[in-house]
Design a protein around this ligand. Structure first.
Ligand SMILES: Nc1nc2c(c(=O)[nH]1)N[C@H]1C(S)=C(S)[C@@H](COP(=O)(O)O)O[C@H]1N2
Ligand SMILES: [Mo]
Length: 365
């Protein structure tokens, strides 16, 4: 093969050993990512927001649907969507990232949804604060956690389950935790959790349970599959490791210039080029973003811009005098707690929380 974008090996643009399994492609077709140029918007247009659904999108009939609130409470409830909409309203811009974002860049690659870098987005969620509902339900003093159950069900780790995650009482009672029925000003779309979902700003996406069916106060740590079998920083199948919680510090760049269709190799015109992107870190703020145009050998500070809310990503930009040749662009962020993104992939068994710096190779002409 000849030409500017000739690929390594067979012309596919992929190196041998990079080929994905049919099951991974099947998952990737159901669970889309944000096109990285979508990072130009402070609030991701709904149709560009990434998606991750473990099982099937349930067919919720809102006429029959009720949110039940029960377990260790003195005042159990069963609420219609209209009743929930009449409760106090709060709107929060929140950045959500899948804990598996970056998994396919790890080596060896854990077999699951093969995210590269595109499992992050920001939306404005409208809903009612969870904590007021919990107060009204009257949580018993014996309760230690709140369990959230989705309508969707399937097998994972050989266990038939509804999608379920729990939060400690103190996390569930945080101000910003919402029961959301709107995304970017419109009713939730089916794939994003219609009629109602949990939104837990700062945490990786698995915590924001979609298609809520019931909320229960429980007196022990919930040990279901999505808490103990997945979403752990572990080193082997039999290693419990540590739970995955808040989003680790990370920054991403809008790929500059223009791409080749097949290989995505990029060309940038020589001269002044503005590199832009967004950075976020759990509930912490971003205090520094640095750029490297030589593969991480030397770094310069980027400018920090606005963020849509304290729970959403911060814009950054960097004026680059692009000189002809091949350049390896890298970006890394530091949060207010002093955490900085690592240069290499921190390996773990499930491919969780990979916040290694993004690298984009460009040809300047
Ligand atoms: N009921 C239910 N909730 C869920 C999931 C799911 O499969 N079922 N996926 C979780 C994961 S892993 C992520 S990253 C986010 C993705 O939300 P989105 O599809 O609206 O972007 O939803 C979370 N909530
Ligand atoms: Mo996820």
């Amino acid at each position: 093969m000849t030409g500017r974008f000739h690929a390594v090996g067979d012309g596919s643009g992929l190196e041998k050993g990079d080929s994905f399994h049919r099951e991974e492609i099947q998952l990737a077709l159901r669970n889309r990512g944000i096109p990285l140029e979508g990072l130009r918007y402070p609030i991701t247009p709904t149709g560009m927001h990434y998606l991750l659904t473990h099982f099937d999108i349930p067919d919720a009939d809102v006429a029959k649907w009720r949110l039940t609130v029960g377990g260790l409470v003195s005042n159990p409830m069963a609420l219609t969507l209209d009743e929930i909409r009449k409760r106090p309203v709060r709107r929060i811009a929140s950045t959500m990232e899948c804990a598996g974002n970056g998994r396919a860049l790890m080596s060896p690659r854990p077999i699951s949804q093969p995210w590269m870098l595109e499992a992050v987005s920001t939306a404005e969620w409208t809903g009612t604060p969870l904590r007021e509902l919990l107060a009204e339900a009257g949580i018993s003093t014996e309760a230690v956690e709140v369990l959230f159950t989705g309508l969707d069900k399937g097998f994972q780790g050989d266990e038939l389950q509804h999608y379920q995650r729990s939060l400690s009482l103190s996390e569930a009672n945080r101000d910003e935790v919402l029961l959301a029925y709107e995304m970017n000003g419109l009713p939730l779309q089916p794939q994003h959790g219609y009629p109602l979902r949990l939104i837990v700003p700062g945490w990786y996406g698995m915590t924001s349970v979609k298609w809520l069916d019931r909320i229960e106060a429980i007196d022990k740590s919930f040990d279901g599959y999505q808490m103990t079998g997945s979403y752990r920083y572990s080193q082997a199948a039999d290693d419990q490791g540590e739970p995955v919680t808040l989003m680790r510090v990370r920054s991403l760049m809008v790929p500059p210039g223009f791409p080749d269709f097949l290989t995505r190799t990029r060309v940038v015109n020589a001269g002044q080029t503005r590199l832009t992107g967004r950075a976020w870190a759990g509930r912490s703020d971003i205090v520094r973003v640095e750029l490297s145009t030589d593969g991480g050998y030397s770094w310069s500070d980027a400018n920090l811009g606005e963020r849509p809310s304290p729970f959403a990503w911060r814009e950054w930009w960097f004026e680059w005098e692009a000189i002809p040749g091949e350049h390896d662009l890298c970006v890394r962020a530091t949060d207010a707690e002093g955490n900085t993104q690592p240069l290499s992939q921190p390996l773990n068994f499930l491919g969780m929380g990979n916040n290694a710096v993004q690298r984009i190779s460009v040809m300047v002409e």
